[in-house]
Design a protein around this ligand. Structure first.
Ligand code: SF4
Length: 385
């Protein structure tokens, strides 16, 4: 199990309370974005393309605490931007720990080793390190040579200092499932507590618009990666979210499950889209026409979306909504052999790694032509500053 018992207990109690009170739409994890500026410029990121005055702005600790209290979730994820660039991040973390919130501080870990002394190990705090794959793949994904080595140094330093360290891996087209599995081995050997993996999303503002996974390709890739899993691997995502990624369960998006608060306010309707902002969390719940979002809505922006922030809360809700969901979840936790899948092993054996072609130029950034042999098309991805 990739989550400590105390956290599991807190979350279970919280969700049961929501269900017993008959609340139809409840949040599970607050995505608290205290700033958008970053020390990387990843090709797939839609968060750092803002003008300079927006990139300079940041939430105050008081604004963060107000949002956390208003939303009431037991877990708070702090993405960005790079949260370690926020000068008040230690104070924000301390305030959330005092409020007994389980925090995932999402970081590219370039500054982790150097800033570690500003934080105290706590069962409430986990550094969630962004690592998209093995060295070459990660460096290409974040457009920074050496990024993987620095991040792994940060991971090892944080583990040695007694912090909880988890990882998050975002996969785009061209990902090689064999390499991703080796990546998982490397992460677990480095002492991480657990891992999270999710497909990327086509942000309108991301510089690389040609390199995202469609649903069918996502399911094939995740079936190859997550079936026949090793005993040493620990994941902190719900087991039914894994089933969803592998195409064995289908869930509609529940965007209110992981609402986003940033310098603009409460983002409508989800972490990825920006159809306006609300001043309060209640206003967000009341003012969004939720039927306009999710795969069944016909909204083209949602058609290929399988991301964690839209669908893991759906898996958790399913877990607590029926005996079938409860027993299916229990089975997946108790019997890892249920992930055995001969067809997935065949997929792995036959998967041809993507080849990286010659460097070409996109805008002002050099990029590499990536031949995604698994789907027989050529695509282009950013490869370095
Ligand atoms: S399907 Fe994806 S893009 Fe659409 S509302 Fe849900 S999370 Fe947002």
């Amino acid at each position: 199990m990739g989550i400590p018992i105390s956290q599991m207990f807190t979350v279970t109690t919280y969700v049961l309370k929501q269900k017993l009170s008959g609340r139809k739409r409840y949040p599970l994890v607050l995505m608290l974005e205290p700033l958008f500026r970053c020390n990387l410029a990843c090709a797939g990121c839609g968060k750092i393309q803002y003008p300079a005055h927006i990139l300079k702005a940041q939430l105050t600790p008081e604004q963060c605490f107000k949002a956390v209290e208003e939303c009431g979730t037991p877990m708070v994820s702090i993405p960005g931007g790079e949260p370690l660039l926020h000068p008040n991040m230690p104070e924000i973390v301390e305030g959330l720990v005092a409020r007994k919130k389980y925090i995932y501080l999402c970081t590219n870990a370039l500054l982790l080793k150097e800033k570690l002394h500003l934080f105290k190990p706590s069962k409430y705090l986990s550094f969630s390190v962004h690592l998209d794959g093995q060295e070459e793949h990660h460096d290409m994904s974040v457009c920074r040579e050496g990024g993987h080595a620095i991040a792994m140094e940060g991971v090892r330093a944080a583990v040695a200092a007694g912090f909880r360290v988890t990882t998050n891996t975002t996969l785009f087209d061209g990902a090689d499932p064999n390499s991703v599995r080796r990546h998982f081995d490397e992460l677990m050997s480095a002492g991480v507590e657990s891992m999270m993996v999710s497909p990327g999303y086509t942000y309108d503002k991301a510089p690389d618009q040609n390199h995202f996974l469609g649903k069918a390709r996502s399911r094939k890739l995740f079936r190859a990666i997550l079936s026949n899993r090793k005993k040493s691997w620990q994941f902190n995502t719900h087991p039914l979210f894994s089933e969803y990624l592998m195409g064995k369960q289908d869930f509609e998006c529940t965007p209110w499950g992981m609402p986003t608060y940033s310098i603009f306010g409460w983002q409508k309707p989800c972490y990825l889209l920006q159809d306006g902002y609300a001043d309060t969390f209640q206003e967000l719940l009341d003012s969004v026409d939720w039927a306009k979002y999710g795969a069944k809505s016909g909204n083209p922006q949602c058609a290929n979306c399988m991301v964690h922030s839209g669908h893991e809360a759906s898996a958790v809700d399913y877990n607590f909504s029926s005996l079938k969901g409860f027993f299916l979840t229990a089975k997946k936790y108790m019997f890892p052999s249920l992930y055995e899948d001969e067809g997935a092993q065949k997929l792995l054996n036959e998967w041809k790694p993507a080849g990286h072609g010659p460097l070409v130029q996109i805008g002002d950034k050099p990029a590499a032509v990536v031949v995604t042999t698994s789907v027989d098309e050529s695509m282009t991805s950013m490869a370095g500053d």
